[in-house]
Design a binder for this molecule. Structure first.
Ligand code: FMN
Length: 219
């Protein structure tokens, strides 16, 4: 009796916490990132490379956690500042994760993958065969609303310069994490953006910048 009262109290607290943080049951609450492990930086740089052949193995939630934190997590949470720099600290890049179980948005505040939908859209993330079967694709998306662009506004190529540069820093963090964790990855410009954007439910003032395919390399 006492135990069931205790477990319902715990369940209530978790539910209330999730509600306050806007977390639902389909979201993936990531474990805390391991900020102490990994290879020394110089070794990771020495091993950084593009890999395009992956096993069918999924990443563990710990690997997902470490990867996303390394990519674009908060390393100074009190200031809402991150592991990658961004021009004028606009932080316009959103990192979406495409898994077999659906499409998710990485939310750094709660270190959570917020589910957008539960369809497997991996095959739409690229034009190369490995993209549809790799366990994880990250899609880097610029939220041009953060530059004052409203839906329907024209977005010039020159206005995407900052988002492209800022994405480069995030993508390099992913490359270095993968080298450090013995994972493989390839950053990709070949993304069918016009087909993928509606499948992701993006607004017209959001722009897909690059894709990044990640998995366990075939030895
Ligand atoms: C902006 C950018 C776009 C890229 N697009 C693709 C791509 O669409 N498909 C692909 O297989 N590789 C892509 N690559 C990976 C490059 O081909 C790769 O980095 C290059 O061959 C050098 O190999 P390395 O990364 O092992 O040094 C891209 C790399 C960059 C930086």
């Amino acid at each position: 009796m006492k135990r069931s009262l205790l477990s319902s109290s715990v369940a209530f607290v978790l539910l209330a916490f999730g509600f306050l943080q806007n977390i639902s049951s389909q979201d993936i609450v990531l474990p805390a990132p391991d900020k102490t492990g990994g290879k020394p930086l110089m070794l990771a740089l020495n091993e950084r490379q593009t890999i395009r052949t992956f096993t069918a193995d999924n990443l563990t939630n710990q690997q997902l956690s470490d990867l996303l934190w390394a990519a674009w997590g908060y390393n100074r949470p009190a200031e809402k500042k991150r592991t990658a720099p961004s021009s004028r600290n606009v932080q316009e890049i959103d990192v979406y994760a495409v898994l077999q179980t659906g499409l998710y948005l990485y939310v750094a505040e709660t270190h959570t993958l917020k589910q957008i939908h539960n369809r497997d859209i991996r095959a739409l993330c690229g034009t190369q065969d490995f993209v549809g079967t790799a366990p994880l694709n990250l899609i880097y998306v610029a939220d041009m609303a953060k530059f004052g662009k409203k839906e329907g506004d024209e977005i010039k190529d020159s206005e995407l310069l900052s988002p492209y540069v800022n994405t480069g820093f995030i993508a390099q963090n992913v490359y270095l994490y993968c080298a450090s964790a013995n994972l493989g990855c390839v950053v990709r410009g070949m993304v069918p953006k016009d087909k993928l954007a509606p499948e992701m439910g993006l607004r017209s003032n959001q722009r897909i910048i690059l894709g990044h395919t990640i998995g366990v390399p075939v030895k």
